[in-house]
Write a protein of this length. Structure first.
Length: 150
């Protein structure tokens, strides 16, 4: 069951790279860029994270907080943040709870084989926790993702 534009996101988003619970209410009065990505330190995911990092000031000036989500562990997220100097939280959705709520975890196929994985998807959420825009896997351009949001 996937969340859609106009729906409210859940209060508890998950645990970040430091094991701290990230809640919607932590961002009260702010807009959120909640982006789901397949894997830490892979070329496309690194390009996407760096686009958001390099344009972080512009995103903040537009009223956005950035939160990344993948099924990687907190330890993996910590390394990724350190290596790429990422200024935002990454949620370690190892049990896929959040991904399944948002409909970003599912069957994918590559080279004729099927497997379960994360669909690269970004949700723009308003100050009241309501989804205002969804940028789907086919639309996202990893190298210029921040510009797509702005």
């Amino acid at each position: 069951m996937a969340l859609n534009v106009g729906e409210k996101v859940p209060e508890v988003l998950g645990l970040n790279q430091d094991g701290q619970e990230i809640r919607l209410s932590d961002y009260a009065g702010k807009k959120i860029v909640l982006y789901f990505y397949p894997k830490d330190s892979t070329p496309g995911c690194t390009a996407e994270a760096c686009s958001l990092r390099d344009n972080y000031t512009e995103l903040k000036n537009a009223g956005y907080e950035v939160i990344g989500v993948s099924a990687d562990s907190a330890a993996s997220h910590k390394k990724f943040i350190e290596k790429q100097s990422l200024p935002f939280n990454l949620i370690a959705d190892v049990d896929k709870t959040l991904s399944e709520q948002f409909g970003t975890w599912g069957e994918k196929s590559m080279y004729g084989r099927s497997y379960m994985g994360m669909f690269r998807t970004t949700f723009l959420i308003d100050e009241n926790g309501i989804i205002t825009r969804i940028i789907g896997p086919k639309e996202i351009k990893t190298k210029t993702h921040a510009q797509q949001i702005l």
